[in-house]
Ligand binder design. Sequence first.
Ligand code: PLP
Length: 398
Amino acid sequence: MAYINDNFTKIQHRYLFADVAKRVAAYKEQNPDVEIIRLGIGDVTQPLVPAVIEAMHRAVDDCAKAETFHGYGPEQGYKFLIDKIIEHDYKLRGINFDSDEVFISDGAKSDLGNIGDILSVNNLVGVTDPVYPVYVDTNTMAGRQIRYIPCNEQNGFMGDIPNEKLDVMYLCFPNNPTGAVITREGLQRWVDYALSHNTLLMYDSAYEAYITDPEIPHSIYEIPGAKECAIEFRSFSKTAGFTGVRCGYTVIPKELKIKSSDGSFAALNPVWNRRQCTKFNGASYISQRGAEAVYSPEGQRQIKEVIKYYLDNAKIIRSSLQKFGFKTFGGENAPYIWVKTPGNEDSWSFFDRLLHHAQVVTTPGAGFGTSGEGYIRITAFGSHQNSEEAMRRIEKMG
Ligand code: PLP
C-alpha cells in the first residue's frame, strides 16, 4: 500500500499569482481593448547581456565537437565558475573560501527547497513575515513547524530577534517582497542569536546585486561568526537575467556544524555534498559558461547597466508614489517597492482598484503573509516606459 505525504494537504492554498492572474484575466475579458501594465510578477524583462550570450554560444559550439563536448559535469559545478565566484563575490570583500565550499545549482529556489533533505523534521523553523513562500511551503511539505517573525514599519522590516529558541531561521536581504535591507549591526544581531542558540541561518541573498549603499552587507559572511552558523544562497536570476537560463549557487562553510541525534556536532558541508552527488547531476555546462561570463570585465559592466535600468525604474515608481502621498518602502537597494495602501485599505481591494481604475497589475501584500496585509508590492522589472505610464495612470486615478 502506498501512502501519500499528507503534509502536502497542510500547505496553505495561497495560489497568489494564480489568483492575481485570474482577476487580471476576468478584467481583460470584460475590457479586451484596454492595455494592462504588469508590475506584479518578479520576473526580469531585459534580455541577457552580450557577454553572456557570446559565452553560451561558444559553449554550444564546444558541445558540437567530440574533443570539447561536455556531458555530465561535476555535481558541485565546474571549477572555472566556482573560482570566479570565490574571487569576485567573496575574496574582494575579504572573505576566503575553498572551492569545495561552493556548490553550483540550477537556481536558488531548488537549493532553498532541497536543503531540507539534510535537516531533521523536528527542527523548529522561523521565517520572516511577509515571506518568500518557498521557505514556508518546503518546510510544511517536510512536516516541520514554523514560527512567523513579523516584519513591519516599527522594526524596519528586519524582524525582531525572537525570545524563543529557533533551530533554523530563514533571512532574505534585500528582501522579497518588502525591498528592505539589513544593516551590518542588524545582521550581527541575528548571527549572535544563532551562535548562542545553535540556530542554523539560511541566508537568501538573491538580490544582493541591487545593493548600492556601501554600508549594507552583500553577504552574511561579512559578519564575524557567520561561517559557524549560516548557509548562503545566491542566484544569477536577478543579477544577470538567468530566470530562464537557470544558475545559482549555495555556500556551506566547512566550519558549519549542527547537532546529530547522538548529541555530537556534524559538519553540514560533506552531507550536502553527498546529497547533491546522489540527487543532482549538475547545472548545465552552457549555463555555467554563461554565468562565468558575468564575471568578465564586459560582463560586469553590462549587468551593472541592466541593474541600474531596473533601479532607475524603482526610483521612478518610488518618487512618483511618494509625490502622490503614498508611503513607500524599499526600492533603493532592491527591485521591489512595498507600498502602504491608502487609509488601511486591504491589499486585495487596493489591488482591484489599481487594476480596474489604472489598469496596473501589482501583488497584494497579504499574499506573502499576515504582516503583508495593508501593503502591495510593485516590481521594478518592467520597462522605463511602462513604469512611467503606470505612475501617470495612478496619478490620474487620484
Ligand atoms: N529567493 C528569492 C527571495 C526570490 O525572490 C527568488 C526568485 O524570485 C529566488 C530565491 C529564486 O531564484 P532562482 O531563479 O535562482 O531559483
